[in-house]
Design a protein around this ligand. Structure first.
Ligand code: SF4
Length: 806
């Protein structure tokens, strides 16, 4: 079947729309259209969200002209959303950065310079900063969108070369609480099971996630499962907002923002009170824990603790439409179903008690034994395509070294130093700055040189106006590597143009522990270069500058760090060598063992490999779909005993799962007389994060040209606000003005704003709060207090992004 590109786009748009409204499509539509006029199709992974859809890039005369989903894919079964289908437009987009740009001072205009000059400036500034202020005056801030090879090499140079743990990444803003939850409940990061559980689940508990818009292709799988057995499969959606996800729910639990800890404890109360728990699972595999440092408690003490959260008490705390009977129904469905799968994301993670909220979801699975069996899983959805593979696993956060090694554990740190060949003592034992601390340190002038890769903190940090002040300082040298101008390049001294997806080679590890390779098939535009080349050349030049400054130790360490990669061609051989070092040396013997997943294996298995995959043979079979299950997980098989499960997670030496006693705690900033509304923020299906990429694709921009504020009709009536009126949202941080969308989405007393818009007057993070979870250090984007008022009737608005007529 050959289709024109217009038909192709229309068909996939229909798929997206159907996902949103819960329509099942005829089977024929699942074969996503073949765009006409394509010479060849090259396989790879989608560039955007954490679902990790497999796609073909269509090329005509060597130029990208289309994308389609791969029907045989384990992740997406042929589906793609509109973002995924259209990202090929970015590849040769006219606004791409094509030459290095530099300015000494931030009030000067940029001038184009050569790579030679650019790399020398970056090397000199970092070396001189280390010489003058010490290594902790430098920092790297990366991204869950960078390839694993890129994150691994950046952090190797910062740690093994410069000797600082100031290595952070934007996944701190979206999934750090999920990491904290997995480590404290299961002793091991990342989900136990796979997407394949969706087709085997009988109850979905979707909490704090609008997956219809944020993980649309996975939501399609959930929707298909629900529609295939409408009476048997139950969907519970718990959220303060009615979203497109709620439309397939049998039960929608709408609670006041921040009260979900009470709701989750109340569900546990019902499970315990009504004897719906799995006594054998708890006895064999679980312990009850409280406090910090953690203390063992008994099941009886847990029962006593839960008495504070009877459904009646919780319904009072939660408000909204929550009744004791709804809580009981949710708990019964959860516990009694043949297999329950929980799915959540930022609504749970972006909170000052995000780790606790994660723990309380896990508790429900541990109490009921809804784990490790087909269809049963406690499954956190990840936002970015490589937050798991690159940042969580590759060492991209300030407290972890590659392959889940906490930096503060001497033995593990020394392992890394030995594997890299740098002297012991090179990597400091103290974690570096986490994201908010890092940008506070920039504000305070403690960090003097920062490299920001593939992300735009000037727009994505909460309370971003405050942090932009630091980035504007002239005594802070800012390097940005990116493909387009962003709000952050506006504050840079040096902007380095990078290659985009399919213009370079590397691996993304998606939400289900699956690593998938995308190979370079087109050249980057102008002088744009892959990051791995940029980092290697920068490190070599830094070595020369350290030599000049008399710091032979750092010069030697930097040369040792890049030695395995010298002379490698950057399009394929260089990332391959980096991947080999990372997987063969660093992951070997760890819980995320990927030593069997060589580039050769990944090319043979385009569906990728799920870790652990300690041998090529296992990797060629696809790796491990479910961790901890004997007969499925090769690492579980290594342990003596006959129990079906072995919870060998490295953080729990007792091999137990922990049921936590976590009390209800509200938000850092609750509404009051002065600021009487809750403000929450989130994403829209057509835009990716700051929209610096999707805002440049006309079809996506046209669908959502600017952000708006959602207001409940009862609140709108009280305030005299009508649809499209301009509304000011004011918090203790500042004000923004957006058009109003009046509908029964947000709970009464709450407004909801999309954060993708780059237009200053509509930039949501100018008003969000930078309070963070004390454990995960993840900020509470989801809740702060605001006041709202109508400032005018409807006004004509322009989208931020330039260069396109819409
Ligand atoms: S669901 Fe995510 S990974 Fe899949 S096509 Fe859409 S953006 Fe890409």
């Amino acid at each position: 079947m050959g289709l024109t590109r217009r038909q192709f786009i229309k068909r996939t748009a229909a798929l997206t729309a159907a996902s949103l409204v819960g329509i099942e499509l005829p089977r024929g539509m699942r074969e996503v259209a073949q765009a006409a006029d394509v010479d060849r199709w090259e396989p790879g992974v989608c560039r955007f969200c954490g679902v990790g859809c497999r796609v073909y890039l269509g090329l005509k005369n060597g130029k990208p002209v289309a994308i389609k989903g791969i029907t045989e894919s384990a992740t997406n079964k042929g589906y793609v959303c509109m973002k995924g289908m259209l990202f090929y437009r970015i590849i040769h987009h006219p606004e791409r950065l094509k030459k290095p740009l530099y300015r000494e001072r931030k009030d000067q205009p940029f001038r184009e310079i050569s790579w030679e000059e650019a790399l020398d400036i970056a090397a000199r500034k970092f070396a001189e900063t280390v010489a003058r202020y010490g290594p902790d005056a430098t920092a790297y801030y990366g991204s869950g969108q960078a390839l694993t090879e890129e994150t691994y090499l950046f952090q190797k140079i910062m740690r093994g070369g410069l000797g600082t743990n100031n290595v952070e990444g934007n996944p701190r803003l979206c999934m750090a609480s999920a990491v904290g939850g997995y480590l404290t409940s299961f002793g091991a990061d990342e989900p136990i099971g796979s997407y394949a559980n969706i087709e085997k689940a009988y109850c979905f508990f979707i909490i704090g996630s609008n997956m219809a818009e944020c993980h649309p292709v996975l939501f399609r799988r959930v929707m298909n499962r629900k529609l295939s057995r409408p009476d048997e499969v139950k969907v519970i959606n718990a959220d303060p907002r009615v979203s497109p996800t709620s439309r397939i729910a049998d039960l929608h639990l709408q609670f006041k923002p921040g009260t979900d800890l009470a709701l989750l404890n109340a569900m546990a109360y019902v499970i315990v009170e009504e004897g719906l728990y799995d006594e054998e699972f708890i006895r064999k595999y679980c312990k009850f824990k409280i406090g910090k440092p953690p203390k063992d408690v008994s099941f009886e003490e847990y029962k006593e603790f839960l008495k504070q959260y009877t459904p009646e008490k919780a319904a009072e705390i939660c408000g909204g439409n929550i009744t004791p009977e709804k809580i009981r129904t949710a708990a019964r469905w959860f516990a009694r179903s043949k297999a329950t799968m929980s799915l959540w994301t930022m609504g749970i993670n972006q909170r000052i008690r995000g780790v606790w909220a994660n723990n309380l979801i896990h508790n429900l699975h541990l109490l009921t034994g809804q784990l490790c069996k087909p269809g049963a899983d406690s499954f956190s959805l990840t936002g970015q395509p490589n937050a798991c593979g690159g940042v969580r696993e590759g060492g991209g956060l300030c407290h972890i070294l590659p392959a889940h090694r906490p930096v503060k554990i001497d033995k593990l740190r020394h392992q890394v130093e030995d594997l890299w060949g740098v002297p012991r003592g090179t990597i400091p034992p103290k974690p570096g700055y986490h994201t908010i601390a890092m940008f506070r340190a920039v504000n305070q002038g403690k960090i003097k040189a920062i490299w920001i890769n593939c992300t735009s903190p000037a727009q994505s940090l909460p309370n971003c106006d405050y942090y932009r002040k630091g980035l504007r300082r002239d005594d802070v040298f800012v390097v940005v590597t990116d493909i387009f101008p962003t709000k952050t390049t506006e504050l840079a001294n040096l902007v380095l143009p990078t290659a985009f997806h399919f213009e370079k080679t590397g691996v993304y590890g998606c939400t289900e522990r699956r690593s998938q390779l995308t190979v370079k098939v087109v050249d980057p535009p102008g002088e744009a270069k892959p990051e791995v080349w940029i980092v290697r050349e920068w490190a070599l030049r830094m070595a020369e500058h350290f030599e000049r400054l008399g710091d032979r130790r750092r010069a030697r360490n930097l040369r040792i760090c890049v030695k395995p990669f010298l002379g490698k061609e950057e399009g394929y051989e260089l990332p391959k060598a980096i991947w080999e070092e990372y997987t063969q040396k660093l992951t070997k013997g760890r819980d995320n063992d990927l030593s069997g997943a060589t580039y050769e294996v990944l090319r043979k298995r385009p569906d990728g490999v799920q870790w652990p995959a300690p041998t090529e043979e296992i990797a060629l079979r696809g790796g491990t779909p479910t961790k901890f299950v004997r007969g499925i997980d090769p690492l579980a098989d290594k342990h003596p005993g006959t129990d079906p499960y072995v919870f060998y997670g490295p953080a729990h030496r007792d091999h137990k799962l922990y049921i936590w006693l976590r009390p209800y705690q509200g938000a850092a900033e609750e509404p009051d007389a002065e600021y009487p509304f809750y403000l929450s923020t989130g994403r829209v299906i057509d835009h990716w994060h700051t929209s610096s990429m999707t805002g440049r694709i006309p079809e996506l921009l046209r669908a959502n040209p600017y952000a708006y504020v959602e207001i409940n009709p009862r609140d709108a009536r009280k305030l005299g606000i009508k649809p499209n009126d301009m509304v000011e949202i004011e918090t203790r941080r500042g004000k923004i003005v957006l058009p109003a969308k009046v509908y029964e989405g947000p709970i009464e007393g709450m407004v909801f704003v999309y954060w993708y818009d780059m237009e200053e007057s509509r930039m949501a993070n100018r008003v969000t709060k930078d309070a963070f979870d004390p454990g995960s250090k993840e900020p509470e984007f989801k809740i702060c207090a605001c006041r709202i008022r109508k400032v005018s009737g409807p006004r004509p608005l322009k989208p931020y992004v330039v260069g396109h007529r819409i």
